[in-house]
Design a protein around this ligand. Sequence first.
Ligand SMILES: [Zn+2]
Length: 293
Amino acid sequence: MTETQDGLPLSRSTTVGSIRIHGIEAGVQLLDGGAMFGVVPKPLWERRIPADHRNRIPLAMRCLLIEAPGALVLVDTGAGNKGDEKFRDIYGISNQGDPTRLEDGIRHAGFAPSDIDIVLNTHLHFDHAGGDTFVDEAGEIRVAFPGARHVVQRGELSFAHGQNERIRASYILENFEAVTRADLWDLVEGAVVITEGVSVMPTPGHTPFHHSVLIESDGEVACYLADVCPTTAHVPLPWIMGYDLEPLVTLESKRGLWRRAKEEDWLLVFEHDPRTPWGRLDPDSDAPKLLVE
Ligand SMILES: [Zn+2]
């Protein structure tokens, strides 16, 4: 298989300076369009992404494989294979593969899953960290990348264990408890260099300890936004997800990002856009406006 059932190639590649990066299509999910666009009225958002008869819109789960000079880094891992039929139906998840489409995409980009040195989670929601573990044929939940060090913000891991009524549908402990048991976490705090050319920057709002990923090489910069701006439709500042725990914090995270992205001509990578993996902000537009490559 070289493309997904939606006609997208399993992986698409570009370069940031001398670092090669690959957008990996780890599957599709269908989420409520109203929840995805918060206070934006449906007549506006459905022009950008039309909804199905259950009011759900298709969203990619696009992970990023980074060929950094010192390490092969995988950012986020999609939804994994542990969800039962009911879960997969509610969230409209299609990510079948070996064991999931993520691994198929990694192979499509020219690597083996065992080549991954670092798994970098932007946060621990099920559509971002579900593939950190998988259930094997015997029904045992195992770490998907046992040779990799696993990076997330220290605060995000403890927040995920909070399990209050508003957040517990999004944090499924079996996605990451095996990583804890295997002692594979490398917990970071704040803005940190992960390996040469790859760093994380806090972009809170969606969750309090959400971070985005910067790839920097030879004066070029790419930013894997994750859920601070999930699709190209979310580029305008007030287009913020209803899922976000602190939308006004998201607003300021985005404002800061867009300022730097425009000044420094960043390549912006969109995790959930159903079609477009990346683009840059128009330097001549006052309001944030995306130029798709
Ligand atoms: Zn999320």
